[in-house]
Each structure stands twice: as structure tokens, then as C-alpha cells.
Write a protein that binds this ligand. Sequence first.
Ligand SMILES: *[C@@H]1O[C@H](CO)[C@@H](O)[C@H](O)[C@H]1NC(C)=O
Ligand SMILES: [Cu+2]
Ligand SMILES: [Zn+2]
Length: 155
Amino acid sequence: MVLKAVAVLTGTAGVSGTVTFSQDGSGPTQVVGKITGLKPGLHGLHIHALGDTTNGCMSTGPHFNPKNLSHGAPEDKERHAGDLGNVVANAAGVAEFTKTDAQIPLAGADSILGRAVVVHADPDDLGKGGHELSKTTGNAGGRLACGVIGLQASA
Ligand SMILES: *[C@@H]1O[C@H](CO)[C@@H](O)[C@H](O)[C@H]1NC(C)=O
Ligand SMILES: [Cu+2]
Ligand SMILES: [Zn+2]
């Protein structure tokens, strides 16, 4: 069975979007998204631990990190499960992307359901920027928009 989920991103900076997730059995999760209203260029994209938007994106907690590792790139061994790297906005401020990731299942103990997708103001340095925040957040700057990951009808 293919499990499907979606996060509808909203924020206060005119940034919005939709990110969908699908996972076939215990295979990797496919991520497809479109986010608009961004500044052209790179923007960090993460799964944050909490699906709590009572204080906007600030209350979604830190990066989802069930293995208690340091921040990194999606392809790194040392990464948070929630580290999805960057998305690229074009000159019109639109980022359209697809990703495949094996650390963000839609079921089981490390499921991302009920957590939040957050898109950031700045590029994620993937843990390699040498900034004091590189190993925790990738120094990706403010939280522009976020949305809670909820189930969709499965296929
Ligand atoms: C997580 O890792 C840090 C740094 O290695 C360590 O200090 C901390 O005790 C760990 N926390 C848990 C819950 O294992
Ligand atoms: Cu983030
Ligand atoms: Zn991280």
C-alpha cells in the first residue's frame, strides 16, 4: 500500500505552498513540492519535530532528530532525519522540487506524520558553514512558512 501525506505551508511573509509525501510499503519516501513567494535562490527545507503551530512556525520545535545526530546534508550519515537540504526558488520566487529520502517514513516509530515542514529564509549550509548554528540548524535563518504533515487518502 502507498501511504500519502500532505503539508499545506502558510506563513506571515507571503510565502505559501504544498508539499506531498508518498511511501510505498517500507520503501523511501517521495517528496514533491511547490512553494511560492520566496526570494530567488536557496532556502533550507526541514521536517521539524512538532506539529504545533500555536505560535506560528516558531512552535514547531527543532529539526526532527530521532537518532540524536548533528545537522547535515540529506546524503550524509551524520544528519537529522528532518534534514531535507535546500530548495531553489527561480526568479519568480517559485520553488518546485522532488526529493527521495529514506529517513522520513509515514508510518512506524520514526514517522513524520503530525510533525511540520518548514521552509527558511536563507540557504541551509548543510552543517559545513562553520557558523555556531551550522551543526544544529544549518544557519538557515528565519522560518518563512510551515505546515503540519497530515494523512491523505492512500493509493
Ligand atoms: C544526544 O547527543 C548529545 C551529544 O552527543 C548528548 O550529549 C546527549 O546526551 C544525547 N541525548 C540523548 C537523549 O541520547
Ligand atoms: Cu528548519
Ligand atoms: Zn537539521
